[in-house]
Design a binder for this molecule. Sequence first.
Ligand code: NAG
Ligand code: NAG
Ligand code: NAG
Ligand code: NAG
Ligand code: NAG
Length: 609
Amino acid sequence: MVGIIIIINSTSSVMLLESHKRRLLSLLFHFNRPENYISMFHPEGSDTLYVGGRAMVFLLTFTSRGVRDLEVSAQLGLIMSDIHISPPRCLECDNFITVIQKVNDTIIVCGTNAGSPRCWMLVNNTVLTDVRGNGQIASASDISPPYPSQKSISLPADGSMYSAMSSVAGHAGSIRRTFGSQKLLKTENVWLLNPQFAGAAVIPSSIKFKEEIYFFFSEFNKTARVDEEPFKARIGRICTVDEGGIKALLADSWTTFMKARVMCGAGNTQQQYNNMKQAVVLTAQDKRAGVLYGLFSNAWGRTVICAYSIEDIDQAFTTSKLKGYSSPFIGSRPGMCVRKNSTAGGHSDIKNLGVMRYHPEIEDVIRPVGVAPLDLPTDDQITHAVADIVMAVNDEHYSVLYLGTDQGKILKVLHTSEGVFIISQYSLFHNEGPVLNMAIDSQKGHLYVGTAMEVQRLPLADCGRYGDTCRECILSRDPYCGWDRSRRKCIPIPPGYNRRTSPREVMVQSNTSVFLPCPVRSFHATYRWEKDNCVKNYPCLFSGGYCVLGPAVDTPLREGVFRCMATEDGFKVEVISFRLVNHGRPLAASLASTLGPSLLLATVTLWLH
Ligand SMILES: *[C@@H]1O[C@H](CO)[C@@H](O)[C@H](O)[C@H]1NC(C)=O
Ligand SMILES: *[C@@H]1O[C@H](CO)[C@@H](O)[C@H](O)[C@H]1NC(C)=O
Ligand SMILES: *[C@@H]1O[C@H](CO)[C@@H](O)[C@H](O)[C@H]1NC(C)=O
Ligand SMILES: *[C@@H]1O[C@H](CO)[C@@H](O)[C@H](O)[C@H]1NC(C)=O
Ligand SMILES: *[C@@H]1O[C@H](CO)[C@@H](O)[C@H](O)[C@H]1NC(C)=O
């Protein structure tokens, strides 16, 4: 155990903050000294946030009573004495913790180590030791930058760690597999031009070997003329099954790396935002039907957000011509994800390796959905962004962006096909410094926000702020919230609400009558049908143990989600729900297959009436 630094310092800094203007209950941790560079790692579903700071890993545990802080010191002195260098005196010459990631059960921690990066593993949440185990690990300088103002990205996938190092003095910049039992691979230097990384994301696939990782970055042309834009925003991708090439070609390099140009700006106008600063991806479990949000800036430092369809990007990588290559492909298209050991070493493979080596860039350019940047009605400088997919009470999926600004504000933004809408805005910090980092936990419904002075945890669903009427609750357009009529409150949609009660689909033809049955389980309860949350509700007819919603004046039984709600002793529960889809197959056929006997029974009962 060389160069170990073990000082456990358990303080208990507890603060519950009742924000002045509002009723939001947030939990706050205050640093003892300013932390101008912070890395974060949050295991989803937990209450713990790992924060990497200056010569320190903070293990913050958020509880209802406050924030518990356990500190693991990573001071330079001990390490420096090992390698006989006297600690330099400069602002960035400490051991700034830049990477905290969990791969299987191993927590990897890397720091700048005053210009010569090092990695450790965090054992028992208390001790930093040298990395051991069956996995191999790359050189720390391919994982952590030497100085904290430089950016690196690390993410785990499939039991390995992948790292993207920006181009810094003495390092050309690279995308690598850096830890695990799979072969450690890298990009060829000529594939990347002074990359500055902005993010990375695993793009899952239902077919395991087709899993990919996208890397987001800007390339910088040092020799660009003054009247030329030096930055180009990029997406690079690799397959996680990649095991490298053959001895003569790409032996230790990716054989599946491709990159594309990304535009963020209105059409082909001159007003382009070319410097991608940060990127986040929202993916639905298995599908490529995800969204990429990129934070871009232009030469004047103005920031905007552009949104991209992952499906579009996937399509481009799968079908585009390769830049500078016009011959037809021999055999399968080069660069596609294929199982490790299918036809290795064949003639067409060597040819394809050559194509990948010399033509990694595709011709197609990736453009944002809606053609232009999101039209955010704000001039705030955005410093950090995270995003969440929310399933609202009306059973639709919404994207919600949380944008941190240089003044310590958080904008909560709803993004739909119709555009963007600022749902709410928080200024919670005591000091108005820039938001440096954020982590989101969709499962638990928490947002962690860090500035140089503080780390706070906020609830994603903050419904109490939307007043005491149904109208205000709905007008907030906050998809995390719904109106509880029996309690007369705007409340967070309970976890699993939609999943537990996901509506059954009914296809309807416009000229047929639909009868929706709701089984009556209690004669003490009141039954009503609701459409689209509290916006509309309808009485029902009791018939043979069912409360049936049928055609009537003012009952638009054509499309939408209909929920039967039973209220008893002030408790309201959903009994059953249906989603009516218009222009379906003939009613009789679809009824039998989607609904089973209960609806038929109800309709028959009604007809017998
Ligand atoms: C971690 O905890 C286990 C069980 O308490 C102990 O046996 C082990 O020595 C600890 N490891 C280190 C490096 O302290
Ligand atoms: C993680 O677990 C997988 C499956 O057990 C294994 O193949 C891989 O080598 C492990 N990774 C590390 C870094 O130990
Ligand atoms: C960088 O810009 C110069 C000047 O326009 C140009 O000649 C050169 O090809 C560019 N480099 C790359 C790699 O695009
Ligand atoms: C690939 O490897 C798997 C397991 O190692 C083996 O079962 C399979 O037969 C191999 N496929 C080919 C085409 O060699
Ligand atoms: C419903 O409309 C379809 C097509 O418009 C027509 O063929 C069918 O006869 C209509 N059914 C009834 C019950 O009116």
